[in-house]
Design a protein around this ligand. Structure first.
Ligand code: MEV
Length: 425
């Protein structure tokens, strides 16, 4: 491999990949690109060593009623049946009053980790004495955010239990409609630099050291809930009485709350919906994933992110999780489809988008558990997957349409589709 690979032009990189790595794949990478040169350039600048655009399906789930407003939700996912499942749940709950969201808190957090090997009371005193100066020196970075109603909420020093002579400075901020990663990291590095100068130069040479500073993707004070509810009276859900259905449904949610083996798959299903919407709006789905799973384990045991209750014949189903996203900045304005998604959602504030994301997670979970306790998951899943299997066999459009009607009441599997195609030849 060429040592200065990143310095090569895009075509040179492609040549290296195709020749030196004996790549037999015949795909024309240029076909994956945007036609408009300036747009393509913008894409390539998102990341390093870009040699192609990697496409994923961009779908929409209609019929979402969230806080009494109708939405069509954009979803980017490669997994068959995720969009269909979200849409099905949306339609069901729209008939029963829709989703109701609540923002519990919007504070984000970052840390500076440092060490100090003298009496810790001296450090705490020096920190408190310097705090005003440290905050004043961030004013250039925070001025605009302050004007928008955000900015620094607090700055505290804490010990790090279990690690000798190690401390963390905790910065809490509000970032309004921005996700705020750059904002938080810039403040942290500014404070860390000034803290270092003050501590090392003024007080404790060789006794104080900054280890590193970074925002935390764990944001347990930036939390949203979404909830649906319905009175259990005499209607049918999937050939069951509503009472039978919701009682069994609640049992399935309780199982996910008690059994971590199940909770992981249960929450993965929730993230099918959440990630697809987070991705469609140009937000960082890895941050959302990491945070959601840490939150699911906040009690010391990994549990379901959703919960279900039946009280006085009312079934209530809800989700609570931290979601740190933005509707301005980052890729949200740069990626044309992210920007389309935000238009589709009627340009939401970050708080509104948190509620919408929580609702799609709840919807996705409702559909998954509904299938699990009734038909099983494979029926819907494999019906959608049929097209993928047919594509693997290069089926003609005639074969595809006869396969669709043939398999409408049969089990889809790789071998059953292969046999069908052989017989049809
Ligand atoms: C598949 O991607 C997601 C499910 O396994 C979720 C669940 O089991 O709840 C269907």
């Amino acid at each position: 491999m060429n040592i200065g690979f990143s310095k090569l032009s895009k075509q040179e990189k492609i040549n290296v990949i195709l020749s030196q790595l004996n790549c037999s794949n015949q795909i024309d990478l240029v076909d994956t690109e945007y036609k408009e040169k300036s747009l393509q350039k913008r894409f390539e600048n998102f990341s390093e060593n870009t040699i192609a655009n990697f496409h994923l399906p961009y779908g929409v789930a209609p019929n979402f009623l969230i806080d009494n407003k109708e939405y069509i939700l954009p979803m980017v996912t490669e997994e068959s049946s995720v969009v269909a499942a979200a849409s099905k749940a949306a339609k069901f709950w729209a008939k029963h009053g829709g989703f109701h969201t609540q923002i519990k808190s919007v504070t984000k957090v970052g840390h500076i980790y440092c060490t100090f090997d003298l009496d810790k009371r001296i450090l705490f005193k020096a920190f408190e004495d310097s705090k005003e100066i440290l905050l004043n020196r961030t004013r250039d970075i925070t001025a605009k955010m302050d004007e928008r109603g955000g900015g620094i909420q607090s700055l505290q020093l804490k010990t790090l239990p279990g690690l000798k002579n190690t401390f963390k400075v905790i910065l809490k901020v509000k970032t309004c409609d921005a996700m705020g990663a750059n904002f938080i990291n810039s403040i942290l590095e500014n404070i860390a630099q000034n803290l270092n100068s003050i501590m090392v130069e003024k007080y404790f040479e060789n006794h104080f050291e900054i280890i590193f500073s970074i925002l935390s993707n764990y944001t347990p004070e930036c939390v949203v809930t979404s909830r649906v509810s319905v009175e259990i009276n005499d209607f049918e859900v999937d050939l069951m009485s509503s009472r039978e259905f919701f009682t069994k449904f609640k049992k399935a949610i309780d199982i996910a709350n008690f059994d971590t083996d199940r909770a992981v798959t249960h929450n993965k299903g929730i993230m099918n919906g959440i990630d697809s919407l987070v991705l469609a709006t140009g937000n960082d789905f890895r941050a959302i994933e990491a945070c959601a799973h840490a939150y699911a384990a906040k009690s010391g045991r990994y549990k379901s992110l959703t919960s279900a209750h039946i009280d006085d014949d009312i079934f209530e189903f809800s989700i609570e999780l931290p979601i740190s996203i933005g509707t301005i900045g980052g890729l949200t304005n740069l990626h044309p489809l992210a920007s389309l998604s935000l238009d589709l959602l009627d340009k939401p504030s970050a708080e509104q988008l948190m509620g919408i994301i929580a609702s799609i997670g709840l919807a996705q979970n409702f559909s998954a558990v509904r299938s699990l306790i009734t038909t099983g998951i494979q029926k819907g899943h494999m019906k959608m997957h049929l097209l993928n299997i047919l594509a693997q066999f290069d089926a003609t459009s005639e074969q595809i349409s006869s396969a669709k009607s043939y398999f409408s009441d049969k089990i889809v599997s790789y071998s059953s589709v292969r046999e069908f195609l052989i017989e049809k030849k």
